[in-house]
Every structure is written in C-alpha cells, then in structure tokens.
Design a protein around this ligand. Structure first.
Ligand code: NOJ
Length: 498
C-alpha cells in the first residue's frame, strides 16, 4: 500500500499551530540558519509518512510510570529522604514550588491506577522502585514495609494479567548516599549492587523483567553537570566520573540480578535522540556523531563492547573519569534487551557555547521544523524510525523494548467531563507508525510503553507538563482517561494501527 501522509508535515499537522509565534520563539542560533538548513539538509517535509501496521500478537503494549513522579507518600512507612525530596523542598528549584510529596498519590491509589491500565488493555506496566523506601539511607537491612508495597502492586498487576517491568533506579537516590558523594563516588557501585540484589530477591516470585537504570545520561549530565535536576551540582569532572561509576554499577548489578535468578530478563532504559547534523558541513556531521556517542550509546557500549565510544573532540578523558585497569570488563554486561526512551531528535552543530560543549565539540539545537508539543519539543516521527534502524544495524539486531515515548499537552476536561486531546493521538499515530516501519525493516522490538499512564510530576517542571493518557486533577486526585487513552486502548487490544 502506498504510504499516506500522516499529517505530520509542518503544513498540515494541526495547521496553524506552528505559525509566526513559534518561529519567533526559535532560539537565535536556529533563527540565524537558513530554513533549508534547519530542515536537516532539505529533507522533504513529507518525510514523516504514515504507514499502517499490524503489530505481532505477543507485542507488549504498555504504559510507564516512575516512583517519585506518581507515588507521593514521601515520608510514609519508614521511607528515607531522596535527592528529589531535597531538591523539590528547596525554594526555587521546581517550577511553581511543586513537590512530589503527594504527586498522584499512587502509594495509596495504585489499585485504581491498575484498573485504568486494565481499561487501556495494556499487557505491560513499567514502574520503578523508590530506593529510599527500601533502604532509608541507602544501605543496610531492607525496610519490610517498603518491599511490601511493591509486592502488593505487583500482585495487583498479576491479578489484572499485566506484566510488571520494574526499574530499579529512576533518579530518586537516597539523600544519605548523595551526602557521601553520590554517583561520582565509586563506593556507589557496591551500594547499588546490594540494593539491586535485595529488591530482585524479594520480588523474585512476582517480577522477571528488570530495568537497571532509567536514562543514565539524564541523571548524570542534568543532575551533576548542568544542575537543573537533583542533586543540582555543576561540575563537569564529577559528571564524567559519575558516568563511569554508573557504567560499572550497571555491569555489577546485572551480574547480581542474574545470580538471584538467571532467567530474569535484564536491561536498561537509555534516553536516545536521533542526532542529525545541523548543516551538511563535515564539521557538523562529525559533531553529530560525537553527540550520538555521548547522548545515546555512552552507557550501551561499555555494557555490550566493554569500551567507550569516541565522544570527545580530543581523546576521551579517561583520567578525569577515574578509569582503572580492569574497569571495562566490570562494565561489560550482555543486556537481554536495550530499553529505548524516545522523545525527539537533536540537530547538532560543531560550534560550542559552553565549556562542556567545547570538550565534547558539539552543540545541540532544538529542532523546530515540525510542530511543537506544549513542552516545545518537536514532533518528528521519522527520526524515531531512523534511530531504531541505526541501533538495529550497529548492534546486530538487538532485542529492543520501547520503555518510553510520549508528549506533553495541556488539554483539560471539557464541559462533558471528557478530555479531547487529538494532538496526542496524532503524535502516537506518527510514532507508532515509525515503530511499525522499523519492525518491517528488521528492528526486533518487543514492546512499547507510552509515557505516561498519568499526568504526573515532571521533575523541574513540576505539574506544569502533562504527559498522561489519563488526566489527573492535582487538587482532588480525580482521574479521567483522555481520548488518547481510549484510542490507545483500541490499538493495544487489536494491535492494528490503521
Ligand atoms: C524521561 C523520563 O524517564 C521521565 O521520568 C520523564 O517524565 C519523561 N522523560 C518526560 O520528560
């Protein structure tokens, strides 16, 4: 069947959405580029095509959540303080002074959430374990009440016939471990390995799909380097050390989890963006490759190949990172699947604007050729296809799970109490079609988890960004499945994208 255009071109997707206002909001660095260059080497707008697809019967349709973003109950039942508690309780760190103290109150309302997931016909539910619920200060004996909570949640998921996919670390580090140096401190390897063993052993009968880390690039670079996430330090050397410690911890945790049960399926959720050169110049093309190396595969290659990709304009700074002889073998871990969190592409130029960028020799520009979500992120499904094909080619068809994909729009209930969010439906049609095309092209993708089941605490943005398939009223915790949720439920039950 000939591809139909999906409505994702700038002209016909939501017509006037990206008009003069959006263009004038372009960063100056982008505005100064001619339009043909901004379009990534003049690719035709119709490049984002819609192709129908029938997903395989056993495809894992899912939704994703994370502990700090939904649970609330920040100090209940012996839970310790996390770096995100500290960050959000610090004036000026989170938009609007929002905190995760209550969030979606899923600590108490998880049954209702799972009911919603059931209504959406999903087969897989990605959640994360809050480390300070299990070990208040990050070490020692586990807190039985914390473990019991996750036993109750996973029991409820099984009753609903939904697979739990459990992330061990989605950014809420016990504050006590940060006080001891946090991820740049090598002692974290032992701490994290012990914790991973405790959780996987305690939930062994209930969970067999594990995700070690969520987005290691984000929590190291944004937390330790740029200071916009917890623990809000701005130290490039510490960031690079943290990345190495995280890579060793990934390898060691992988072995600890497999020692609990070799049948466990273990991977990590990596944040990835297709990195495209801002112009056709050789310099920008080389910069885009370095951006891919640091942003997409810096935590993949150590695991799969026991080496770092070439990410720096000069030599990779192994001394700065504290790499010791034998370390790379510790990083090695034959992950059972690569989890991919995909939101948007990056345009990359070779002109740095900060010391960090100077070291890396790459500057990322937000692409704005396609329509923008209410978060200002560009919708460009074709880049998802490109990224999946690249990973498929370069790692010899690895097993993939889409651990996150989604968009933020501000839609609220109408007078009938429904939430018409057509833009999210269009977003999903586009990205699921790109996913289908990649599977036709040979990508071995086993599941897709939409971010997110619920509108929730969006980190430094607080509750200002809404990513949910379900609307949540932060005042009374009322939940309403959005039109996109109903739409997704139909796709999940039939596997048909038409
Ligand atoms: C990825 C993160 O894993 C998740 O926590 C976050 O809410 C989404 N991106 C949206 O920004």
């Amino acid at each position: 069947m000939a591809p139909r255009t999906s409505g994702f071109s700038r002209r016909n997707f939501l017509g006037g959405l990206i008009g003069a206002a959006a263009v004038s909001s372009l960063p100056a660095s982008v505005r100064s580029l001619p339009a043909s260059v901004r379009m990534f080497a003049g690719l035709p707008e119709a490049h984002n095509v819609f192709v129908p697809y029938q997903f395989p019967k056993d495809f894992q349709w899912g939704v994703a959540t994370a502990a700090y973003q939904v649970e609330g109950a920040w100090n209940a039942d012996g839970k310790g303080e996390s770096i995100w508690d500290r960050f959000s309780h610090t004036v000026g760190k989170v938009k609007g002074g929002d905190t995760g103290d209550v969030a979606c109150d899923s600590y108490h309302r998880y049954k209702e959430d799972i009911e919603i997931a059931k209504k959406l016909n999903v087969k897989s539910y990605r959640l994360s374990v809050s480390w300070p619920r299990i070990q208040a200060d990050g070490k020692g004996k586990p807190n039985p009440k914390g473990l019991d909570y996750y036993k109750r949640v996973t029991d409820s998921l099984h009753q609903a016939n939904i697979r739990p996919l459990v992330t061990l670390y989605h950014w809420d580090l016990p504050q006590a471990l940060q006080d001891a140096g946090g991820w740049p401190n090598r002692a974290m390897v032992g701490r994290f390995t012990d914790y991973s063993e405790i959780v996987t052993r305690a939930l062994e009968d209930r969970v067999s799909n594990w995700c070690i880390f969520n987005e290691p690039w984000v929590f190291t670079f944004l937390g330790y380097g740029r200071g916009v996430h917890a623990p809000a330090t701005k130290d490039f050397a510490a960031t690079m050390r943290a990345t190495h410690v995280v890579n060793i911890a990934q390898g060691q945790a992988f072995r600890a989890i497999k020692a609990v049960n070799p049948k466990f399926r273990v991977g990590t959720a990596f944040s990835m963006s297709n990195c495209e050169p801002a112009t056709l110049s050789a310099e920008d093309q080389a910069a885009a490759e370095r951006a891919h190396a640091i942003g997409n595969i810096w935590f993949v290659n150590p695991a799969l190949k026991a080496e770092y990709p070439k990410a720096f304009a000069r030599e990779n700074p192994y001394d700065l990172m504290g790499v010791k002889p034998g370390d790379m073998e510790l990083c090695r871990a034959p992950l059972d699947y690569l989890g991919i969190n995909y939101y948007r592409r990056q345009l990359v130029s070779a002109t740095p604007t900060s010391p960090e960028e100077a070291a890396l020799g790459a500057h990322n520009l937000d692409a704005t050729e396609g329509p923008l979500t209410d978060f200002g992120w560009e919708v460009w499904p074709d880049s998802f296809y490109e990224l999946l094909m690249r990973i498929t080619r370069e790692y010899n068809k690895p097993v993939l799970e889409i651990t996150e994909n989604g968009c933020s729009y501000q839609d609220v209930p109408d007078v009938h109490g429904q939430v018409p969010d057509q833009r999210r439906i269009e977003f999903m049609r586009g990205y699921l079609s790109a996913l289908g095309r990649s599977m036709k092209g040979g990508a071995d993708v086993r599941g897709y988890h939409h971010w997110s089941l619920l509108d929730n605490f969006e980190w430094a943005e607080g509750y200002a960004q809404r990513f949910g398939l379900t609307y949540v009223d932060v005042r009374d915790q009322r939940r309403i499945i959005k039109d996109s949720g109903h739409w997704y439920g139909k796709v999940a039950s039939s596997g048909t994208l038409a």
